[in-house]
Design a protein around this ligand. Sequence first.
Ligand SMILES: Nc1ncnc2c1ncn2[C@@H]1O[C@H](COP(=O)(O)OP(=O)(O)OP(=O)(O)O)[C@@H](O)[C@H]1O
Ligand SMILES: [Mg+2]
Length: 318
Amino acid sequence: MIIAQNISKDFNGIQAVKDISFQVKEGQTLVLLGTSGCGKTTTLKILNRLIEPSSGAVRINGEDIFSLKPEMLRRSIGYVSQNSGLFPHYTVAENIAIVPKLLGWDQKKIRQRSEDLLRQLKLSVTEYAGKYPDELSGGEKQRVALARALASDPPVLLMDEPFGALDPITRAAVQKEFLELPELKSKTIVLVTHDVQEAFALGDQICLMDKGGIMQTGTPKELIFGPENEFSRNFFSHQRLQLELSALKFKDIWKELPDAKRGSEASLESAQSLWEGMELLAENNQEMLSVINADTDSVKEITIQTIQSVYLEIKRNR
Ligand SMILES: Nc1ncnc2c1ncn2[C@@H]1O[C@H](COP(=O)(O)OP(=O)(O)OP(=O)(O)O)[C@@H](O)[C@H]1O
Ligand SMILES: [Mg+2]
């Protein structure tokens, strides 16, 4: 869906982005991960031509983006900017309606669409539709910015630190909602973050960036278990255990798990991570939980001990 080839950008002779290439498959999420100033926002803005690159090529859905008018290109790409970017003199509803209006939708369709989005993002229509951005909290602003980006149902979504204004607890909750939002399941997404946990939770693929370049691209599992260089190894070292457990899903170790008793109610799914399993066991102060695999309709049992022994076995074999 998105192919970026050898893109570079220099600002007055200083290279902010250096010869980077990546691809995003349809329906997948690519995370650009790296510390402040490494070129994430610049890379993202090149994809919707808010910034013109110094060199390189980008194709989206088979089309060379530089052959399109930037305004036309942006109608098919939702964009959530780093500071929410809402228009201060427009209400929430008016902000959400911007692109649908440009597309010539009628009033009724626009209203239905924005109310539907507000509800999906858990903002009450009566309370929020008429508010102005400066009457919203940081987290609410980001939700509205997301609703606005989704309004015309674009196939591609670019998101720059969309959860940046949230405290860690709210952030984790919103990330979870985000993953479950039906609206987002089929979208091709490029998401920028400096938060490693967030990258692991949301990314199918992660580009780890440093000083304008890509240090390694891969799935969370590939990055944490197969660092290709010193930079990747060090980048994850502080939270290694948590990240390793986050990168391993129950379906990866399905064969190693004992079957659950018939009729036991599952509280986890096989696509969830060992880390989530540990957290849930601890939170509920339970010795055992069941995990369901919807593909095979089987249910397995987990305890802290099984997670530990499977994990240690995997580490021994690497
Ligand atoms: N318009 C500009 N003019 C000159 N230099 C710029 C411009 N925009 C960005 N830069 C420089 O390019 C580099 C990359 O900036 P960018 O905004 O892409 O970083 P980032 O990874 O998004 O950082 P952050 O996590 O802080 O948002 C930085 O050194 C920045 O100072
Ligand atoms: Mg940035």
